[in-house]
Structures are given as structure tokens and as C-alpha cells.
Design a protein around this ligand. Structure first.
Ligand code: NDP
Length: 342
């Protein structure tokens, strides 16, 4: 079995990623071998390939924290040859070869069968970002937030998590306000279902009032830092804020007052280690609740060799929505040289 993949190597702290020819011996241990159809580019993938954060922990490695494809071989109970599956999180693309290759072999417990209603391409248009958006919505629902509770805020709304969160919430009947630094994307965000757009500058400065005017029944925050503190201070009594990201920063420079005086819940979202039952629930809900036309609106498709060149654009916040990677779209001249990024 010969196939193509991106390989990231570490040369004395300098990471480079190139298109490479691989074979069966390059596959890692696991009970399930998957013929990969699609992967995707998440913020975390960009951090991994650029080396801006320590995401990849063993080298050389095929990056890519997401993949969807068809099972070639399986010795894992409940997963059979021909199943269409998705794998994301765990150690994929961190210590274990990830989604940017035409084949992957992974531990069976990482593998989730796709609902019949979702294609492998749709699964990667959703990807970790969309699946995380659904985990956030499950957290809001768990906290009792319903469409009748009031407006839900989505921060980082033009990004991957944000775009899908807006589309899902709107489809579920919530009134959605989208916070973005790209006001020029207002038309796009409205087409996904946002009823109001605010400039993220409204939320990104240090909070002046730990208990501001109550504006949000719930929020999905992919930004962190001052933005999350401001969101908490503006959340209704008994509201829920699902925190999944750190695009502004990892700090949380606020007070406990929203928690102890307004019963606000801060729900943490970790998609990487979510248990299988929660993953299956999230993918099933995505198959039911996501408007496919809106999903298509959020996505663009690129080939495997295009990934390294897109990293800086994504980190600069200039990619809208979701990017699907067709791992079988290989440039003709691939041997050895490929594409080097950093
Ligand atoms: P994207 O890069 O697609 O989107 C992030 C968005 O955040 C940008 O589009 C931008 O939106 C906004 N943003 C960027 N920089 C800043 C800034 N300095 N201040 C305020 N807003 C900013 O990333 P994803 O949607 O894939 O991921 C979003 C976040 O969620 C990331 O931090 C990622 O690491 C995290 N994440 C966490 C997961 C988990 O398991 N907890 C899983 C998946 C993602 P706009 O232009 O609209 O303002």
C-alpha cells in the first residue's frame, strides 16, 4: 500500500511540512485502518503546523486532528469494513498520525460511525469545529437554555466554531447575536441565521463593570480572555456560557460576581477527550439539526498540498467558515519536495 500524506518534521525546533510518499509500514498501531476521504483545517491544525503551540508531540508526524473516510480493515467490535467513520481529537495529529494522508490506522475506541444522513465530506465540513459547536449547544440545553429564554451570543462568529454555532442555533429556533471583528462579513453571518451583528471591539477590552446589563440568555465563546469576562458580566440571571476557545487569549481576568450573584454557569467544553456516548450524540444531532445549505455556504474545499500554504491565513483570522481538505486531490509532482511551510 503506497499513499500520499503531509509529514511534519522538526529540525532543531524549526518545523516544516511537506507532501511525502508513505507506505503501510508508516501506519501507526491500531485496530482500524481507514481509507481517508476528507480532512479539514482547524485553528489547532494551523497552530500545529506553524509550531506556534506545542500541538505535535512526536516527530515526524502526519498532522490533522480530523478525518472522515471508509473502514478498510477492522478488528474492533462494532466497526466493520465498509463503515463510514469519523475520527477527531484524542491523540490524532498530536502523537498519532492524523488526517492529512490517504490512509490512517487508529485505535478502535477513537472511531465513531457516521450517521447515514451525513456524507464524509459533510462530516469534515463540520469537523472538530462544528462538533465543538454542537457540544456547546448541548451544554446550553443541559443548563436549561431554550429558544424562549432570550438571545444567545456567539463570539468569533466568522470562524469555524462560530459559523456553525450560528447556523445550528438559528435552525433550532434561537435568536442569535453574532460578535465579529469582520463587520464586512455581516451578510454572511445574517445568511447563516444571525439576527444581529455586533463588533467584537464591544467585548474585547478589559471589563469596566463585573455585572453589566443583562443581554444574553446564553453564549458560545471561542475567544476567551476579556471577551469571555465581558460576556459573563452581561449574561442573564441563570444563564449559561459555554467556553471552548482562546482566540483572544487563555486568561480570564474577571470576578466571581456573575457566578455568585446571578447564578451564571460557565460550562467548559473539551472536544478532545469527550466520551464516545457524547460524541455519538453530537454527530447524530449535527446530522439532524444542521441546515445542509448553510453548511455548504460555510465551506471551501482545498487539496492536500494546499494545506501548508493556508496556515498563516487562518491564524491571521482571514479564513471564513470551514475548509475541507480533499486528501485524494494530490498535485501531479509530489515526490519528496512537496510544500514546505515554516
Ligand atoms: P477560527 O480561526 O476558524 O475562528 C476563530 C475566530 O475567532 C476568528 O475567525 C475570529 O472571528 C475570532 N478571533 C480571532 N482572533 C481574535 C482576537 N484576537 N480577539 C477576538 N476574536 C478573535 O478557529 P476555530 O473556530 O476552529 O476555533 C475557535 C477557537 O476554539 C480556537 O481558540 C480553538 O483553539 C478553539 N477550539 C477548542 C476546542 C475544544 O475542544 N475546546 C475544539 C475546537 C476549537 P471574527 O473574525 O468573527 O471576530
Amino acid at each position: 500500500m503506497n499513499f500520499h500524506g503531509l509529514l511534519t518534521v522538526n529540525d532543531s525546533g524549526r518545523l516544516s511540512t511537506a507532501l511525502t510518499k508513505l507506505d503501510e509500514n508508516d501506519l501507526m498501531p491500531g485496530e482500524v485502518t481507514i481509507s481517508v476521504d476528507y480532512s479539514t483545517i482547524n485553528y489547532k491544525d494551523a497552530m500545529a503546523i506553524s509550531g506556534r503551540a506545542v500541538v505535535i508531540q512526536s516527530f515526524p508526524l502526519v498532522p490533522g486532528i480530523d478525518l472522515a473516510g471508509t473502514v478498510e480493515e477492522s478488528s474492533y467490535p462494532g466497526i466493520a469494513r465498509g463503515d463510514r467513520v469519523v475520527v477527531n481529537g484524542w491523540e490524532l495529529g498530536q502523537t498519532h498520525h492524523g488526517g492529512y494522508a490517504q490512509f490512517a490506522r487508529v485505535p478502535g475506541e477513537w472511531v465513531v460511525r457516521l450517521p447515514d444522513r451525513l456524507s464524509t465530506m459533510e462530516a469534515m465540513a463540520i469537523g472538530t469545529a462544528g462538533y465543538t459547536a454542537m457540544l456547546c449547544i448541548l451544554a446550553l440545553e443541559h443548563g436549561g437554555i431554550e429558544p424562549s429564554s432570550g438571545t444567545v451570543l456567539v463570539t468569533g462568529a466568522s470562524g469555524g466554531v462560530g459559523s456553525i454555532a450560528v447556523a445550528l442555533l438559528s435552525r433550532l429556533g434561537y435568536r442569535v447575536t453574532a460578535s465579529t471583528g469582520r463587520i464586512e462579513e455581516s451578510t454572511y453571518l445574517r445568511s447563516l441565521g444571525a439576527s444581529k451583528i455586533i463588533d467584537r471591539a464591544e467585548l474585547s477590552s478589559p471589563a469596566t463593570d463585573p455585572l453589566g446589563t443583562q443581554r444574553w440568555s446564553g453564549a458560545i465563546d471561542s475567544v476567551g480572555s476579556h471577551t469571555l469576562v465581558n460576556v459573563l458580566s452581561q449574561t442573564h440571571d441563570r444563564g449559561v456560557v459555554a467556553a471552548c476557545g482562546l482566540a483572544q487569549g487563555t486568561d480570564l481576568p474577571g470576578t466571581v460576581l456573575p457566578f455568585i450573584l446571578r447564578n451564571v454557569t460557565l460550562a467548559g467544553i473539551d472536544s478532545v477527550h469527550a466520551p464516545r456516548e457524547l460524541r455519538e450524540l453530537a454527530w447524530s444531532r449535527l446530522a439532524d439539526d444542521l441546515d445542509r445549505e448553510k453548511l455548504t455556504q460555510t465551506m471551501q474545499t482545498v487539496g492536500l498540498g494546499d494545506v501548508p500554504g493556508m496556515v498563516e491565513t487562518l491564524l491571521a483570522g482571514r479564513i471564513r467558515g470551514r475548509t475541507v481538505v480533499d486528501v485524494n486531490a494530490i498535485p501531479r509532482s509530489t515526490t519528496g519536495t512537496g510544500v514546505v511551510t515554516s
